[in-house]
Structure formats: structure tokens, C-alpha cells
Design a protein around this ligand. Structure first.
Ligand SMILES: C[S@@+](CC[C@H](N)C(=O)[O-])C[C@H]1O[C@@H](n2cnc3c(N)ncnc32)[C@H](O)[C@@H]1O
Length: 388
């Protein structure tokens, strides 16, 4: 496909999304009916669609319309490219710009310039203060691909060399001692021996750094209460000699965890909700709670536009309930850890304050925030302990 034909295809997909289709589904449907497209075409198309998703408001302003055409016109203008170079109508290129399209378009301002939904911007500012603008700007670009090296299997240098043999270029990242930043060959990671043997795992740098900061004594019993795919408990098990457990109210989310644990050479016992009290108590209970994901919106840009005030409210209620349910599982002298990949105070500090206001026998021990502009995702982590 020519670059112009790829732009036509992106317009088609964006229009399908405007009609209500999810990005992944719209891309898959396009790929099914476009058998002529090769893997490079599909990759380029994804880049177009996800690039627009990250910058929807600013591209719509620059392109003069929130339609597939308007967004792609805006995307080209944002890169300093004259859209008439591609909108020629020749071959499979999009039709030439109309006089109205040529005249339309203006520089975005305010929250539109930062590609943040209007109602969300005050939350950003209130939560991040002076860092808010940098965080929003960072969300306009692709997230770096980061790997966590499983130091049980070898050193960073050995992982870098092993990946290089398989066409993946990676460099240490100072966000965490286990972190590698992949700069080339990211599509080869999932087929590489390093990945399939559990030497490296895909994991954002902030999550790695947050997990590295948790103290785990030898033999400590550690429960990942909201385990999902198990990324956090695997990071903990890779560096500490504890006894590890995982739980999730949606157990199907943990379906890959046993295989991932096996290939990493660690043991994680899955605990059903009804057996939590029997298996407990635990010296550390980690609640990596469901959240808006606002710290990860460059990876999942559709969520940026899908969040509503009602959903945010619902999430904060779930977070508060999780802390309340998990606290009794903590052993005397143990730690309750609360984490989110949100940058909003309402999901972070406010959830902690709410818990402390209802549980006077608990206290805050530490609280840390990782900013998107530091290189990893936005992340929050707090440790709580029972007053002695
Ligand atoms: C942010 S994700 C966890 C991500 C995971 N820790 C990882 O590193 O891959 C939140 C998880 O919490 C689970 N969850 C939702 N409500 C819960 C509850 N009340 N108790 C425990 N887990 C819950 C969800 O099913 C989801 O898998």
C-alpha cells in the first residue's frame, strides 16, 4: 500500500470508530476485508489510528473537523506535512481537500491542545499541579516499550546480549535496576527465547520501581489481592524469597499466571475468594486496584475518551471497598499496600484518607508518586500499617 492508501484506510477505520466501533475491532475488521495488506501496512495503520487516538482533540482542531478525514488532515498538519501531498484522489489516495477543508482548521488551545477531555483537565491540574501539563503532553506520544529482567535467571547484560541475538535492541533504564528500554525490534519480543523462557517480561518501569521499593523479609507471606495477569506478584517473586499468593475477583484474568510463574522459575499459589481467610493472614497484602488508568493513557488512549464522571465515581467506591476488604487479611505487624496506575488524587491520596478516616487503628507509612514524564507510566503506591 502507498502511504496515501494507508491514510485512506485510517480514515475508514476512524469513521467506523466514530460510528461506535472499538479501535481494535475496527482495525481487525478492516484487516479481514483487506487481504492485500501486508504486516507493514497493518503496523502503519495501527500507528495512524493510535496516534490519532492519543491526540484526538488537537488533531480535530488542526484538521477543522472531528471526522476521519478531519482527524487525518490534522494529524498531517501536526507533523508539519501539507495534507494536499497525500489527499490527491489518485489511486487509493483520499479525495483532494475541498475549499472548505483547505480553509478550516486552527491551532488548538487549552485542554484541547493537551488532548485531555475538558472535564478531566481540572482533575489533572488539581492532582499534578505544575507537572500536569508535562504529564498531558507525555500522553500524546507512544509509550516506551519496557522489559523487566528476571534477575533469578541472569544479569541485565546477559539479557541485553540474548535479546540482541534475536534482533531486539534494549538498553538499561535508570527508572529501576531491572528495567530495559527496547529501542528496536519490539515486535520480535514475544517470539524470543528470552521472553518465552521467563528471562524478561513486558512491564512498565514505574511498576518495576514501585515493586522494587517494597520490603519483603525471607519467608514473608505476600498476597497480590488484585492480581489480574500477575505482573506485580511476578516482579516481587523474582526478587524476594517470600511465599507468594494471588487472588482476583475475576479469576479468569489470572489464567496465564501459572504458566508465567513457571517460566519465570517462581511459585505463586492462586487463592479463591472464599478461601482468603483460611489462607491468610499475610505479611504483605498488595491491592493494585482497578482505576481510571490515567497514568497509562498513552498505551490505552481509547480509555482517555471513554472515562466518565460516573465511572470515576464508581471506581473510587470499588477502590475504597477493596482496601476495607483486604485490611483484615494483613497479619499483625504486616503491611497493606495500595497502588493504582492513576494520576488522580481522588483515586490515590483520597482513597487512603478515606480508609484512614474509617480505620483509626491504621496509619500511613509511605506514599510515592511516579510521574509519566519520568519515563514510565503514572503510578501511585502507599504502604499502610496497623498502629501498635
Ligand atoms: C489494575 S488491575 C491489576 C493488574 C495486575 N496487578 C498486574 O500487575 O497485571 C485490577 C484487578 O483488580 C481486579 N478486581 C476488581 N475488583 C476487585 C475486588 N473487589 N477484589 C479483588 N480484585 C478485584 C480486577 O479483576 C483486575 O484484574
Amino acid at each position: 500500500m502507498t502511504p496515501a492508501a494507508r491514510i485512506s484506510a485510517a480514515i475508514e477505520i476512524l469513521d467506523a470508530m466514530l460510528d461506535g466501533a472499538h479501535a481494535e475491532k475496527a482495525i481487525s475488521a478492516w484487516a479481514r476485508r483487506s487481504r492485500f495488506a501486508g504486516s507493514k501496512d497493518r503496523a502503519a495503520l495501527r500507528d495512524h489510528v493510535f496516534g490519532v487516538l492519543r491526540c484526538w482533540r488537537s488533531f480535530a482542531a488542526l484538521g477543522g473537523a472531528g471526522t476521519g478525514r478531519g482527524l487525518m488532515i490534522g494529524a498531517l498538519r501536526a507533523q508539519g506535512v501539507d495534507p494536499t501531498e497525500f489527499f490527491t484522489g489518485e489511486g487509493h489516495a483520499p479525495e483532494p481537500l475541498t475549499a472548505a477543508e483547505l480553509a478550516a482548521g486552527s491551532a488548538p488551545t487549552g485542554a484541547a491542545r493537551l488532548d485531555i477531555p475538558e472535564w478531566v483537565w481540572p482533575l489533572f491540574e488539581a492532582s499534578l499541579g505544575e507537572a500536569a501539563e508535562d504529564a498531558a503532553l507525555a500522553l500524546q506520544s507512544r509509550a516506551p516499550v519496557m522489559l523487566r529482567v528476571n534477575l533469578r535467571q541472569g544479569s541485565l547484560a546477559q539479557a541485553i546480549a540474548g535479546l540482541a541475538d534475536e534482533g531486539v535492541t534494549a538498553h538499561p533504564h535508570d527508572i529501576a535496576a531491572t528495567a530495559l528500554h527496547v529501542t528496536e525490534g519490539e515486535r520480535k519480543i514475544s517470539g524470543s527465547a528470552c521472553y518465552n523462557d521467563g528471562f524478561v517480561e513486558l512491564q512498565d518501569g514505574s511498576s518495576q520501581a514501585a515493586m522494587a521499593g517494597l520490603e519483603i523479609a525471607p519467608g514473608a507471606r505476600v498476597m497480590d489481592y488484585c492480581a489480574g495477569g500477575g505482573g506485580k506478584v511476578l516482579a516481587l517473586a523474582a526478587r524476594a524469597d517470600g511465599i507468594f499468593f494471588a487472588h482476583d475477583t475475576a479469576p479468569q484474568r489470572m489464567k496465564d499466571l501459572p504458566v508465567r510463574a513457571e517460566r519465570a522459575g517462581v511459585r505463586v499459589t492462586i487463592v479463591e475468594t472464599g478461601r482468603l481467610r483460611d489462607e491468610g493472614p499475610f505479611d504483605l497484602v498488595l491491592c493494585d486496584a482497578p482505576c481510571s488508568g490515567s497514568g497509562t493513557w498513552r498505551r490505552t488512549p481509547e480509555s482517555k475518551w471513554a472515562l466518565t464522571p460516573e465511572r470515576l465515581d464508581e471506581l473510587t467506591k470499588i477502590q475504597r471497598q477493596i482496601l476495607q476488604d483486604a485490611a483484615p487479611l494483613v497479619a499483625p505487624g504486616g503491611v497493606l499496600v495500595y497502588a493504582t496506575c492513576s494520576v488522580f488524587n481522588v483515586e490515590n491520596q483520597d482513597s487512603i484518607r478515606h480508609f484512614l478516616s474509617k480505620n483509626a487503628d491504621w496509619q500511613l507509612v509511605t506514599e510515592s508518586r511516579f510521574d509519566i514524564s519520568d519515563g514510565g507510566d503514572g503510578f501511585f503506591i502507599a504502604e499502610l500499617s496497623k498502629k501498635s
